[in-house]
Design a protein around this ligand. Sequence first.
Ligand code: HEM
Length: 538
Amino acid sequence: RGPDTYSPTGQETGTPQGRVAQDGAHLTTAQGARLYDTDHSLKAGPRGPVLLQDHHLREKITHFDHERIPERVVHARGAAAHGVFRAYGAAAGISKAAFLAEGVETPVFVRFSTVLGSRGSADTVRDTRGFATKFYTQEGVFDLVGNNIPVFFIQDAIKFPDVIHAGKPHPDREIPQAQSAHDTFWDFVTLHTEATHHTLWNMSDRGIPRSYRMMEGFGVHTFRLVNAEGATTLVKFHWKPKLGVHSLVWEEAQITAGMDPDFHRRDLADAIEAGAFPQWELGVQTFPDTEDQMFEGIDLLDPTKIVPEELAPVRAIGLMTLDANPSNFFAETEQVAFHLGHLVPGIDVTDDPLLQGRLFSYLDTQISRLGGPNFGQLPINRTHAPVNDMLRDGMHQTAVHRGVAPYRPHSLDGGCPFLAGADTGAYIEVPAEVPAARKVRDAAASFDDHFSQARLFWLSMTPTEREHIAAAYTFELGKCWEKAIKERALKVLANIDPDLCTQVASGLGLPVPEASVPFAAVEPSPALSQLSEQWPVD
Ligand code: HEM
């Protein structure tokens, strides 16, 4: 698989598709004129000044001068692979999406990434990992843009620039947080305690995966599926690696970051080249689409919460196999553009305020990252479904639109009726009820519990995993310059678990604070309390 095999079916274009550069018997200019010398510029005599007239010189250097595009504002460092998704048919009853019907095979492109580091940063740093999948379905592109951690730092997209700015290098030295000043990150996550759960996952072994091939993936948000009869189900998406979940230990991660900063990138490419194709099962947790969109006391619209698999098991609905490396990193891995709004009939979004903000952000950033509004025409982004849109022109337009009437209805070009209702296979948003409401900026009260699920996660850890978590907090907080931030972090840890707090406080040489939110006041749902009692502590 590669960009040249993408079928641009339906693209109304008279231009050659998937043009392969660096091919043919002769070296040419970009215009195809044969060159006889690309090593010497045109000069007024062998020792004279260079002539402006030398088009080949100017074309070659000008193009080089513009080779770089902006790296992604987050998730800049990544690696990707092509593959295929084969549906088991298990979701066919809850979603009418054609690619989920039994036995249907859909080409996919998956990009794994770290979040905070720049494009040239090391792979094995402690961070969340991106897990973004593009399904080239016959009904259009479906993108599942997830992470390897099932929860997020914030509950509202308006805080995304803030949490990212807090985690990025400080403006004076531009040294990544992973190596120097940790103050802004820890300042943010201790003042915004909704970040507690995600931070705890980051400090666990999940923050330093052994391999992209050994990570789970999560859609994080709750999505809404709709079946052929119009019945809806709320779901959370999960990717389960066939190789199991494995992590590095911190010492391995640090040494590897120094000795082989491309460790994960190499591991993925080498495995695929050797024919050891990584596989993941796609699964869904399903919940009734109730008016309050709660399940067992858990707000399904709160992206800082999971639904424990003991309460809602993950049902496998298909298998993904990654079986081909990209042939060109820039054309594919760098230029791929994922978007949560890339949906197909049968899959819809919910009102999760983080998800809603993401729906705006990705297209907006890609317009500047990929130079205008036509990046959907790049081979890696092209849908495999026929395209007949009314978009026109713009930077880097390669489609040659025909006809004179880009509007509906029209009576020219042979005439065309009004669109609505005419096409039964169309994407139609679920007409979900929006409760009568006042315009507010407040969050729901059900978003207020910031600690009970963090505690649940801690209680589910083995003693070795707990040791790793306490060591990670001690190491990372030890890098903070401000004592007040370390003390505040200990207060957060006291709200998760007294043992964890005591271990980290002793590592930092600071007193152990009292919990500021007594566990009783957290009021976890009955189901969650029962579960933490059931789970073995050791
Ligand atoms: C990129 C996941 C929240 C803005 C990405 C990528 C992933 C991802 C996997 C990398 C895509 C790639 O490989 O090209 C997530 C998850 C989130 C989340 C799972 C929360 C559950 C947000 C929010 C915003 C945001 C709240 C903004 C409001 C961006 C932007 C990019 C990005 C601007 C760069 C996209 C590009 O340049 O192509 N995100 N993200 N993300 N995300 Fe998110």
